[in-house]
Write a protein of this length. Structure first.
Lengths: 257, 360, 295
């Protein structure tokens, strides 16, 4: 490998990881001042565990993320199947546009427009509206991931199953579904993370009593840097990294990308 | 289902007026094909000639634009693939990567009980000489082994017709020749109708009872290898099956024994065949005799050797004739062969030259 | 069976993507009111055709006139587009060498490198931007480090400036630039640069005449993927930009949450949609037709 390439990679990855690393290191800082190292301590994790509103926000976030990722995975997979298998149907272009729209629309717009919808139809803001908003956001990502897998699928596998006497439903259950399963898992995880991570949509569409973790963190971050946030962030980063590594290990082991 | 493969005597496949269009592209046009019981048929043609589409029509993956497909007297044209008693071996093998070899083979046997299914899988594994490979995953097998799993899986339901799309295409050359023999022997033993699609004339000749040559969606000729080689229907068939010299001419009349006399650029020539009017003589290079001096019997065409290529068992020569055309001649290598620039005289037995209509 | 596939997702998308945008358009043509919901007119369903007539008459373009005439919104729009464009250019500059290095790395390392690039994207956006506050603030690590090196005498006043926003944008969107570039570069025939070199081109000419033109589709995709969301970005300018960095996403947010002017916020949303998402869809269509034409 050329020296220039090494430099580019080290600088690039260093740029990406340094802030996260600093965050993690300072979460173990005994001092309350974020920039002064006061020795190793886990006191902020203790503070974190005692923070009841934060724990409640985390619970809300997890519940919403599970529900939203579930809905997004089902609908997004149906959308991907429709685009891949549906042939030409009326409104296919509009349908495709609507799937990709939440992927490219700035979040403030998606958030605002969904809120206007909920208000316009008198839907109370809370967990349900959060789930709808996050599922809509995740749907497009799921459709993209599952769609890529479907396009890469060897059609003759499904034809072989039909040829061997399998009814279309059995073909789907025994051949198509197992073969796209890794992409379904990846899509679910992505939708889950997107929901867990979202601040903007949640700020618009959630109501009292349904404060998510990012909303809670945001309101604390606005007040300035705070070692407790560092501790919370470290836990979050650790969890997500573990999920990603597990996911890539799972898909790698199956030998199907 | 019987534990031994059912002889496919009842399975008599008939395609009548079959056609398939994709948009404006005609993939298969007005095709008639009837399979005799127990027959091994090869569909031969270059890529894009419609042979794979024909196979997919018979399997039910494509719906014909015209015509019917009947199997043992029953019209199956409208049946979906999973209700047709035909099975297919795919070019890519299409082995389910998430199932073991045994599960792949058992996939089509869902109607059987557990024990019967196991017995049938074992029997098929023995048939393709893969005993003990049942628990393995397809991606741990060699190309030849995967090919045999695909074959076993396609045979599991004892189909009346087995369709094979380029079954040996992914194998290397040595393995391909060995597998040709095995496939042929297996088909003889089972008596199942095989339809193999291939672009390789040598493979078609080695495998089939009858070869159907396809060109631009049409079945131009069907017959055994010898009849295709000796009596091709047109220049496409003649050229597909091997080297050939094509000599255009006009039929003047006929002698006793059916030999036609033609007027050509090289003067009067004779050939066997029923064509009238404008015709083309197909003359195989190995049928041409080469002499340094005109021999006593029959007419000989004078020419000059322009190139010789040593091929081991034979020598291939290119000879320029009086009208400037070049003939390819194949001579046994043991003979003392004329060199480049030497004058030669060419002759051939007219009953081994085939006259085709020029228009076909 | 096949025909039924699109029905459920289509209904969902119509209800939660199409309808909301139409509603936003409608409300952007309304006037604010101290009511619940805080805008007029509200469509009176019971009044039938006449209700629709009154409703349509009451719509006006006041909000868009406000956006066009008020310097605040013009400046916000300008600085959104400018900052996004500068950040995109920076990303292209630093993303290309990284993507190229990834594509040239030994094959067995490449999945790992891709994973390393993606993992930060999976970790909370908010937290990654928050991390920069601690680095960029005057008593933060960047100033401390530079002072220790003797490069600067005074702490840097960079937090709460547009410079900080640019750093944040570059940081957050780097994977979105590198991944499409890498995808294109990794697929290219590695013998092409070798062929160019064989024909006498030096490394610089190889880069300009072969590598860069081949990378162009990736560069275009990456630029779009970064530019569009950056224009509407809220968190980065809010946390790193201080009070004087105006970006459209932030203006929308404050009109909505602080001023409770829903119609004006909707008008901003429609403006961003037309300015940014419109061209994007056109580009996509263009690309799709080009690709289909080639087939």
């Amino acid at each position: 490998m050329r020296a220039l390439d090494r430099i580019a990679l080290s600088l690039g990855l260093g740029f990406l990881y340094a802030p996260i690393l600093i965050l993690v290191i300072y979460s173990f800082n005994a001092s309350a001042l974020v920039t002064v190292w006061g020795g190793f301590s886990t006191r902020w994790y203790g503070v974190l565990l005692a923070d009841v509103p934060l724990r409640e926000a985390a619970r809300v976030s997890l519940v919403v993320a599970f529900a939203a990722a579930g809905v997004a995975t089902v609908f997004g997979t149906l959308a991907a199947l429709a685009l891949d298998r549906g042939g030409r149907f009326a409104g296919r272009r509009v349908f495709t546009g609507l799937i990709y729209a939440p992927l490219v629309m700035p979040e403030v717009i998606t958030g605002l427009s969904l809120l206007l919808l909920f208000v316009g139809f008198g839907l109370d803001r809370g967990l349900l509206t959060l789930v709808i908003a996050h599922a809509t956001l995740g749907l497009g990502f799921v459709a993209v991931i599952v769609g890529a897998r479907l396009r890469g699928l060897d059609r003759s596998l499904e034809e072989a199953a039909a040829d061997l006497g399998a009814h279309p439903a059995r073909v789907f259950a025994t051949v198509t579904l197992p073969l796209i399963a890794p992409s379904l898992a990846a899509a679910f995880l992505l939708a889950f993370t997107l929901s867990l991570d979202d601040l903007v949509l949640a700020s618009f569409v959630s109501g009292p009593g349904a404060t998510t973790l990012p909303m809670r963190l945001y309101s604390q971050v606005r007040l300035g840097v705070n070692p407790e946030i560092n501790a919370a962030s470290t836990l979050l980063v650790g969890t997500v990294t573990a999920i990603v590594l597990t996911a890539s290990w799972l898909t790698g082991r199956r030998g199907v990308a | 289902m019987a534990s031994t493969p059912v002889p496919a005597a009842a399975g008599l496949l008939t395609c009548a007026g079959l056609g398939k269009r994709f948009g404006t592209h005609v993939a298969v046009a007005d095709l008639d094909l009837t399979l005799q019981p127990g027959e091994f048929v090869c569909l031969l043609g270059p890529s894009g000639c419609g042979k794979s589409t024909l196979l997919r029509l018979i399997a039910g993956f494509e719906t014909p634009s015209a015509g019917t497909i009947r199997l043992g007297g029953t019209d199956i044209t409208a049946d979906p693939p999973h209700r047709r008693p035909v099975n297919m071996m795919f070019q890519s093998y299409a082995l389910f990567p998430h199932m073991s070899v045994a599960a792949n083979i058992a996939y089509g046997l869902s109607g059987l009980g557990r024990a019967a299914r196991q017995a049938r899988v074992d029997e098929l594994l023995r048939l393709v000489r893969l005993d003990g490979f049942g628990p393995r995953r397809p991606d741990t097998l060699s190309g030849g082994q995967r090919q045999r799993v695909a074959l076993a899986r396609a045979l599991a339901r004892a189909p009346q017709v087995l369709l094979l799309d380029e079954p040996l295409g992914a194998l290397d050359r040595a393995l391909r020749e060995e597998t040709q023999g095995e496939l042929r022997a297996l088909q003889r033993r089972l008596g199942t109708n095989f339809i193999v699609v291939t672009h390789d004339p040598a493979e078609a000749l080695a495998l089939a009872d009858r070869i159907g040559v396809m060109e631009a969606g049409r079945l131009v000729q069907i017959g055994d290898g010898a009849s295709l080689y000796e009596r091709p229907a047109n220049r496409f068939v003649a050229g597909l099956l091997g080297d050939v010299n094509l000599i255009p001419g006009r039929v003047l009349g006929r002698e006793a024994g059916g030999l036609a006399g033609l007027d050509t650029a090289l003067g009067p020539l004779r050939a066997l065949g029923a064509a009238e009017g404008e015709g083309i003589i197909a003359l195989r290079p190995e049928r041409i005799a080469l002499a340094r001096a005109p021999s006593g019997d029959g007419p000989a065409l004078p020419g000059q050797v322009v190139e010789t290529t040593y091929l081991g068992d034979r020598i291939r020569l290119r000879v320029r004739l009086a009208d400037g055309s070049i003939w390819r001649v194949s001579a046994p290598a043991e003979e003392a062969c004329p060199g480049v620039g030497e004058s030669v005289h060419l002759s051939y037995p007219p009953e081994r030259a085939w006259l085709m209509p020029a228009a076909a | 069976m096949k025909r039924l596939l699109p029905v459920l997702p289509a209904l969902w998308l119509a209800a939660f993507v199409l309808l909301p945008v139409i509603l936003t358009l409608k409300i952007s043509l309304s006037t604010p009111a101290t009511a619940q919901p805080p805008y007029l007119p509200v469509l009176d369903w019971s009044a039938g055709i006449e209700g629709w007539g009154n409703f349509l008459e009451a719509l006006d373009f006041t909000n868009f006139e406000t956006l066009a005439s008020d310097a605040l919104y013009r400046d916000a729009a300008m600085s959104s587009v400018t900052l996004a464009a500068i950040a995109t250019a920076i990303l292209a500059l630093i993303g290309t060498p990284i993507a190229l290095a990834m594509a040239r790395a030994p094959e067995r390392w490449q999945p790992l490198l891709v994973a390393l690039l993606i993992v930060p994207f999976w970790t909370s956006f908010l937290i990654r931007i928050y991390a920069w506050i601690a680095i960029l603030k005057p008593e933060g690590l960047l100033s401390a480090g530079l002072m220790w090196l003797g490069l600067i005498a005074q702490p840097l006043e960079i937090l709460n400036t547009q410079g900080a926003v640019l750093i944040g944008l570059t940081y957050a969107y780097l994977p979105f630039m590198v991944l499409p570039l890498y995808a294109v570069l990794a697929k290219r025939d590695p013998r092409l640069p070798e062929a160019a070199a064989d024909l006498g081109a030096g490394p610089v000419r190889v880069f300009w005449s072969v590598t860069l033109p081949l990378a162009r589709p990736g560069l275009a995709a990456g630029a779009l993927l970064c530019f569009v969301p950056m224009v509407g970005e809220f968190i980065i300018p809010d946390l790193l930009g201080g009070s004087d960095t105006l970006m459209l996403g932030r203006v929308l947010w404050s009109e909505f949450f602080s001023n409770r002017d829903w119609p004006l916020a909707s008008a901003v949303a429609i403006l961003v949609l037309v300015l940014v998402v419109g061209p994007l869809i056109l580009f996509r269509e263009d690309e799709t037709t080009a690709r289909e034409g080639r087939r």
